[in-house]
Design a protein around this ligand. Structure first.
Ligand code: SF4
Length: 204
């Protein structure tokens, strides 16, 4: 039984924030399938949903100036707890100049049932959105979203385009295991929306 409440954890000179277990996807490559932790950290499954206060209390114990970046990431999709994310980011912005990054599946509007891009303004400096694949069919096969009858690939791209207005740096990402041909096609998709594509190394 996992007992840890690993709300924040360090990898190298970065601090990662793990604010929820929730996610509407079930990606084939998700770290959830690869054991309890991420890159050697302690177990990330949260035994209960932390409140914004708990998250902030947790990071108060850390020297936030000492990190190169503070990243909302973790075991679930951070925008599933958008209010907690925003309150925490607001606190971070009030105490440090360390850049804040959000790693997301880009489905925040579907998850929160409203237009959310403007809500990141002033709170997040970098958004890294999982493109995952070069078209809707391949995307659904890889991410297996729980939203039915919705083109999640188009929703994610639309979010990426709109959030550029409010966040200084937006990037799309794919994992290198998708193969060279898919990476090339994904590059064309990223180019078509004018967003940088980052190819991430798959860590088994
Ligand atoms: S979106 Fe992220 S947390 Fe959710 S299943 Fe995919 S990889 Fe895992």
């Amino acid at each position: 039984m996992i007992k840890a409440m690993n709300i924040s954890y360090e990898i190298g000179d970065k601090l990662y924030l793990n604010i929820t277990n929730k996610c509407p996807c079930n990606c084939t490559f998700c770290i959830r399938h690869n054991g309890d932790g991420a890159y050697g950290s302690d177990p990330l499954w949260l035994e209960h949903q932390p409140t914004a206060e708990e998250v902030i209390d947790n990071i108060k114990k850390r020297d936030l100036d000492s990190y190169k970046e503070i990243i909302f990431c973790g075991y679930g999709e951070p925008t599933c707890e958008l209010e907690i994310l925003k309150e925490t980011a607001k606190y971070i912005k009030s105490v440090t100049k360390t850049p804040v990054r959000l790693n997301t599946n880009g489905l925040s509007d579907l998850i929160n049932k409203r237009e959310t891009p403007a809500e990141f303004k002033g709170l997040v400096d970098i958004i890294s959105i999982s493109l995952n694949a070069s078209d809707a069919k391949a995307y659904d096969e890889v991410t297996r979203p729980s939203f039915k009858g919705v083109n999640c690939f188009e929703e994610m791209l639309s979010f990426a385009k709109r959030v550029k207005e409010f966040v200084p740096e937006v990037m799309l990402t794919v994992v290198d295991i998708i193969g060279e041909e898919e990476i090339k096609k994904s590059q064309a998709v990223a180019d078509s929306v004018g967003i940088h594509l980052r190819v991430r190394e798959y860590v088994d």
